[in-house]
Design a protein around this ligand. Structure first.
Ligand code: ADP
Length: 581
């Protein structure tokens, strides 16, 4: 361990007693030193274990890759007292290991320089990433595998261990010390354990990031699609108007007399133009609806007039087939608050489907008053729709049998549009069908239009829960449904307006820490939109310090997460109570 040296000023003889004394002192000191050494070692191991636990916690809780790596390098540096700690990740081509996290100001500068080392190069990192084995430069003054970095002038020893996923080497964890000869086998083993945990966490974070990016790309694509459809429909309508308009002018004889053959051909052009216009309008409608931009014009509507109009159009559609058209409508139908154009569209969509798919038999339109609503049905004796497909009929672009529709044409939008319009009127739409016998589509329209403020006080109160964590909205459902609330979950803030339109919620629960979006902005937007201006919004957030900002931005109340059942129910009950008074 060492030695004790005792000297005197001049030459002298040491007697036995003196020698024994020094030997005894040395013995005592040895024991004390050994104990101190063991204690230090134990402390160091305890710190390392603690660090390992912390790294493991960070690894399992942080999904953002940069945040994870930055946290881990700091943790390791502080727990082990290293001079410098960094993580390199190998690029996809396995060409170089790039610095991804690095401690302190030096680390920041190295990252800024995009510090990297070629895999297999003569450097600690180059060797680790090439061989997948730990590499130690015990004394950097002598070990030439260490490459001196002028930003790290005090490094005297370096140890790097590989980050491995299966047989793949995805990077290296690198630690540096200002003392030579400090890394023993046990240190390397501990570092390797940390690196193994870290490698798994990196893979998780990457997978998560990829998933998020994919979801984001899909969302962008979806928006682009909607925008594209809207633009295209618009662009297509302009030339179509000329085609329809001028063929009609010629057909009417305004440009001079035409032959019978010309009339026939022009009629075909005119009808095809009208058909195309119908399709384009459908696409335009659905994109507007999906973007939450469809507005209805409510007025007093005479249903009889609309019914006669659509029946006369339907007659034209079945004139070449042995299909009868029947109407069962009482003389005295009340006028209703509705958007006449859209009601006409709902009926036409149902009737033209019936006409399209029915080869023989009958199509029947009924209307009847049931309480506060008008219920209308369109039945046919067509092929019918298999039960398992009926659920999806009202989704955009869904078609039961594409070979059939290829024959008869169609985009799969008619029913989706009809459903949206019915729901925007505050009604419901459904289908009943038996294969081989026919189908009946029915819907209701409230006579008074969508109820005042969109609310019917007799129905279950509806809570729209907005949180990007499905687990949380699920929890709200579990809390609230037994209390008589119906809970609609929205996991993407962009769907809020659509959901509000469809479900007319009484209250919105809003998380303001929503992926990729500033929750406060969402809140402000909801406060500006006419549709949502009056709906109470309760912000549920972990960020208690945002309470004031939320209330200022228009939140009705603020509940700190984790949300307790009693608190949530109490808050909602009080809000509804206040609303009904
Ligand atoms: P489109 O008719 O343009 O394809 P719709 O949304 O109107 O789109 O209808 C979706 C699908 O529902 C149709 O493709 C068809 O398969 C089925 N369908 C709709 N109405 C009927 C009907 N009356 N009889 C049989 N199938 C129908």
């Amino acid at each position: 361990m060492g030695m004790v040296l005792v000297e005197d000023e001049g030459p002298r003889q040491w007697n036995e007693e003196e020698v024994e004394l020094v030997a005894a002192v040395a013995q005592e000191m040895t024991q004390a030193l050994e104990a101190a050494h063991l204690f230090a070692l134990e402390q160091r191991r305890a710190r390392q274990l603690e660090a390992a636990a912390q790294v493991s916690r960070a690894a399992s809780s942080l999904l953002d890759l940069d945040e994870l790596l930055n946290r881990v390098v700091e943790l390791i540096r502080d727990a082990f007292g290293f001079y410098h700690v960094q993580v390199f990740l190998v690029d996809e081509e396995n060409y170089a290991a790039w610095l991804r996290a690095s401690t302190g100001e030096t680390g920041r500068m190295l990252l800024e320089r995009q510090h990297h080392l070629i895999v297999g190069s003569h450097s600690v990192i180059g060797q680790v990433t090439a061989t997948g084995k730990p590499v130690v430069a015990r004394d950097t003054d002598q070990d030439h595998v260490h490459r001196r970095n002028e930003l790290l002038p005090d490094t005297r020893a370096e140890c790097a261990v590989p980050l491995r996923v299966g047989t793949r080497i995805i990077g290296a964890l690198d630690v540096q010390s200002t003392e030579p000869d400090v890394f023993d086998e046990e240190d390397i083993a501990v570092l390797q354990t940390l690196a193994d945990q870290l490698a798994v966490a990196i893979e998780n974070a990457r997978a998560y990031q990829q998933q998020r990016e994919t979801a984001e790309r899909l969302r962008e694509l979806d928006q682009l699609k909607t925008q594209f459809l809207a633009n295209m429909s618009h662009e297509l309508r302009t030339p179509l108007n000329s085609i329809i308009g001028f063929s009609r002018v010629i057909l009417k004889g305004i440009d001079g007399p035409i032959t019978e053959l010309q009339r026939k051909d022009l009629t075909t052009i005119y009808n095809a133009g009208q058909h195309l216009l119908g399709l384009i309008n459908d696409i335009l409608d659905i994109s507007k609806i999906e973007a939450g931009k469809m507005e209805l014009d409510f007025e007093d509507v005479d249903l009889n007039q609309i019914i006669d109009g659509v029946l006369s159009t339907t007659k034209g559609l079945i004139k070449d087939k042995p299909v009868r058209l029947r109407k069962e409508v009482p003389e005295e139908l009340p006028t209703i608050r509705a958007d006449a154009t859209r009601v006409r569209q709902i009926l036409l969509n149902l009737l033209s489907n019936a006409a399209k798919f029915t080869e023989e038999g009958e199509i029947c339109l009924t209307a009847v008053r049931t309480g506060d609503e008008i219920m209308m049905t369109v039945s046919d004796t067509g092929p019918g729709i298999p039960e398992e497909k009926q659920d999806r009929l009202f989704e955009a672009f869904y078609q039961v049998d594409s070979s059939m529709t290829r024959k008869v044409g169609g985009t799969g939008l008619g029913l989706a549009i009809a459903r949206h319009f019915v729901e925007m009127h505050g009604g419901r739409i459904w289908v009943r069908s038996v294969v081989g016998q026919g189908s009946t589509f029915g819907f209701t329209l409230p006579i008074a239009g969508p109820l005042e403020n969109g609310k019917d006080i007799h129905r279950q109160p509806v809570v729209l829960a907005v949180d990007d964590e499905p687990g949380i909205t699920e929890l709200y459902t579990r809390y609230l449904e037994p209390e008589g609330y119906s809970v609609i979950s929205v996991n993407d803030a962009r769907d809020v307006l659509l959901a509000v339109r469809r479900y007319q919620p009484d209250v919105i629960l809003l998380d303001i820490k929503i992926r990729d979006m500033n929750g406060l902005d969402v809140l402000r937007t909801l406060r500006q939109e006419e549709l949502t201006r009056e709906i109470p919004i309760v912000v549920c957030s972990i960020e208690e310090d945002q309470r004031e900002a939320c209330l200022k931005a228009g939140a009705t109340d603020f509940l700190p997460k984790p949300i307790l059942r009693g608190e949530l129910v109490g808050c909602l009950n009080a809000l509804l109570q206040a609303q009904r008074m």
